[in-house]
Design a protein around this ligand. Sequence first.
Ligand SMILES: [Zn+2]
Length: 621
Amino acid sequence: MGDFWNYKTLSLLCGLVGAAIPLSAQAAAFVAPQVVDQNVAGRNVVDQNAIAQNVVQSSPDQLFVAYPPAEHETVADQIFFIGTADPNQPVTINGQPIENRSSDGHFAPSLPLVLGENVFTLVQGDQSLTLSITRVLGEPPMPDGVGFADGTLMPAVDIARMPGELVCLSAIASPNAQVTATLGSETIALTPQTSVDLPPNSAVLTSQTAPVTLSATEYAGCTQPTEPGDLGLPSFTVQAQGETVTAEAPGRVSILSPTTFEVAQVTAAEGVARTGPSTSYSRITPLPAGTRAAITGREGEWLRLDYGGWIKAAETQISAASVPPRSIIRGISASQVGDWTEVVFPLQTPVPVSVAQESQSLSLTLHNTTPQTDTIYFSNDPVVERMDFNSVLPDAVSTSSAQYTFHFKKPQQWGYKLRYEGTSLILSLRHAPPNNRLQGATILLDPGHGSDEDFGSRGPTGYPEKDVTLIVSKLLRDELENRGATVVMTREGDDDLFPADRVEMIEATEPTMALSLHYNALPDAGNALESAGVGTFWYYPQSHDLAAFLHDYLITALDRESYGVYWNNLALTRPSVAPSVLLELGFMINPEEFEWITDEASQQALARTLAEGIEAWLQAQ
Ligand SMILES: [Zn+2]
């Protein structure tokens, strides 16, 4: 089934987006009216004159809307208006007074949207602002008469599969039609599918994760080619109401040879491996540089490797081979190198690996590896209580693998790294810090966003998240340094850093912990008046206890609301070298909370409490 929801992605305002992906494109939907934003090379290019004039409210009695922009398109069925005006006079929107304004006059009402254009006029005294919000269907286009909907013929990109694998073809076409596809010499009948799609992951943030039934009719069918070679472009035919329309899918289908191989070798420092051939698919354990595996499928710019993971071809070098890479493994040894235990797995070739971390253990799987292990040297280690070994025998679809599980002496894990040295895999396990105090600890602080290219989210006055994250990070730095910690900041000024730059600093610093500071916003359909409080985000189990502890500490000590503790696959939660947590300390778009966020005394109290929480967590280890 196609991932049709992606035809129109939700407009996400949240600071999280900027943290999650280098293209913080959607975050800058959060700009003032009259500001033109467009996406060039993944960055937000904003009209600088408009920013200078309209980025923040010019005077306390100016009627100001920070979000949405004057012209805005969304798939949401409602939208909030984040703005402010003279607190002593009413503001109306389409003639209705705006309720629930904060004492400074900020507002954030949500209003329903009909499909098509919605015009909203906000008025205070003799000031008025008009916004045009266009609601579009978050679904694929419908066919015009008898035919196919644009862009729905699958495969949309060139694909390659192994002989005997299913190749499925699909398209959205007119309802109540006869649809067939021809691939090579074979003609396949395509039948209507129950078109149910899942909302994007961001829908978790607004509790809208339920499956959605699409109104368009998707037709699909599969074949199972067995002969290697190029089958060309599938040709689709739709017949209805006496008319016949034919179209070709944009992607060619080819079948790989079962006996000659192409091998991909990872050239990126950490190859990004995923469960499927696009960035919509979940990440799995990154593949260390040097990893080699046979290619068993292709889809556009993606390669499927023989252990099941997908990787972008650009992160690999491809060569021909007469056999797929396989290894045996025998003796394994461990030694202590500085603050790390290094475990060396000698292999014949660098194989794909997977890591699964649990509360007091970590399992490493070496794929395409057949154990001949009889002896393991592992004794008197500061962190590891025991190492277990397990062989996984091949079945019809997979080869042998070797699994090693490290059981730790204490529940808290402090970080791990994987690398290949020649054909030997090195797993490094971090030792606990020498004491449970801030003295001797290195805390990395990452103030979210930065520069005119990345404002993050914006409050009712237009005040940007990037400024408050820096202010609070500096206050927190001072609090931590006063308590004896060493603090490393990813930025001290209004610097333009990509998430990858921040991650590099974490990996180079190897801190005791890494904290990324943000303030929150929501997708259009969210409720800004009812969303408030502290959210914390973690990815590896080694970061969960810290995330949950800091979350509870802040909401209790400061009497803040709880937005919750989230598992989230974000650039700044993904470093494995140290417990890494991303904090969303409040909602920029909530009128009341925005006043707390920008209040100097509250910022100092927040920094002090956060430093206390970090210290208390360290002491509890
Ligand atoms: Zn942010």
